[in-house]
Design a protein around this ligand. Structure first.
Ligand code: GLU
Length: 340
């Protein structure tokens, strides 16, 4: 039997840390180290390992993920596994999904417990990711599955996976949809195919963004009685502080405190401003239920872009990508509309 050819691309993260003299964990391991730590991989795949970087995912940049996507787009392999930190995995996996359209499995994995701890999860997650990448059902449905995240024996869609805890082993979930597959013993058990209409529509509208420049997007979380000073600063500054778009982590079904509704409306006239739900795991927002100056009906009339079911971190990634693609306000609103 010919083993699948799996490319492992290592970016860094807890999975790739080792202790320094003080005992603090530092980035250090490369892709070869990660693969060497899991001898069982050799029975599942012909692995080609490459160290792309040794950085914590909290310090990754959009441009690095664009470069990674460009690399993956032309790889001659049967599957690709990206190892990185967990902190931004929910964003990088979604960005890769926006940028890639391959018919081979592309999987992101990571670790919550570092290699110096008892029962680190990195080796098991890497083994699971390789098992998923080589699974016949996954390979047959690779394009339909899109980019996946494999953590703790579950497979999640990039659009839906969230980091829901800062330290626990079971830190990843897809609360809106659940996992696409589960691993048990040596099997990958299929559970669902993701609904990809919004992703397909978005990709078609955004087109090729290769070489496009960074488009900074502010993420402003709306809390109780938010006074709006950041909004005022953005309105007063001649270049909106350098931001090209804004995502508001809005309350409930799409509301902001009434005291800042005029500021939000003004900002929406200057920059694409997306309203995204701060509550829990994201989810479709209201469009036509509540009246009043800072409710969804009023904000939509003011030109706020309705973020659909994506939670704010993913909405920010999508807005940045739309702006790189040169989409105007109307086109961005249409893209977000496809997300519910
Ligand atoms: N903050 C680091 C990173 O995201 C470590 C966290 C982790 O990998 O779990 O790379």
């Amino acid at each position: 039997m010919t083993l699948p050819r799996i490319k492992v691309l290592a970016l860094g993260g807890t999975i790739a840390t080792r202790p320094d003299a003080s005992g603090a964990m530092q980035m250090g391991l490369g892709a070869d180290d990660l693969v060497a730590a899991v001898p069982a991989l050799a029975t599942l795949a012909a692995i080609d390992a490459e160290t792309v970087s040794r950085v914590g995912s909290h310090s990754l940049g959009f441009d690095q993920i664009h470069a990674l996507a460009a690399k993956i787009a032309v790889l001659d392999a049967d599957g690709v596994i990206v190892t990185q930190g967990t902190d931004t995995l929910e964003e990088t996996a979604f960005l890769l999904d926006l940028l890639l359209d391959r018919d081979i499995p592309v999987i992101v994995t990571a670790a919550m417990r570092n290699p110096a701890l008892t029962s680190p999860d990195g080796p098991g997650n890497l083994l699971a990711a390789v098992r998923v990448a080589g699974n016949p059902w996954v390979r047959a449905h690779a394009r339909a599955l899109g980019v996946m995240a494999v953590m703790l024996d579950e497979v999640f869609a990039a659009s839906d996976v969230l980091k829901i805890h800062p330290t626990r082993l079971n830190a990843f979930a897809a609360p809106q949809t659940g996992p696409l597959a589960a691993l048990v013993e040596d099997r990958v058990v299929p559970l669902a195919l993701p609904v990809r209409d919004a992703m397909t529509h978005t990709r078609a509208r955004i087109g090729d963004v290769a070489g496009a420049r960074e488009q900074p997007v502010a993420l402003l979380w709306m809390g109780l009685d938010e006074p709006g000073f950041m909004l005022e600063a953005m309105l007063d500054h001649r270049d909106q502080l350098g931001y090209r778009g804004v995502v508001l982590g809005a309350m409930g079904g799409g509301h902001v405190p009434e005291r800042i509704a005029p500021l939000v409306g003004q900002l929406a006239g200057l920059l694409p401003t997306v309203v995204s739900p701060r509550a829990g795991a994201g989810g479709p927002m209201l469009r036509q239920t509540y009246g009043g100056p800072s409710s969804e009906i009023a904000l939509r009339k003011e030109g706020l872009i309705w973020g659909g079911r994506l939670q704010p971190l993913k909405a920010r990634v999508l807005l940045e990508t739309c702006l790189r693609g040169g989409l105007d306000h109307a086109a961005i609103a249409e893209v977000f509309d496809a997300w519910g």
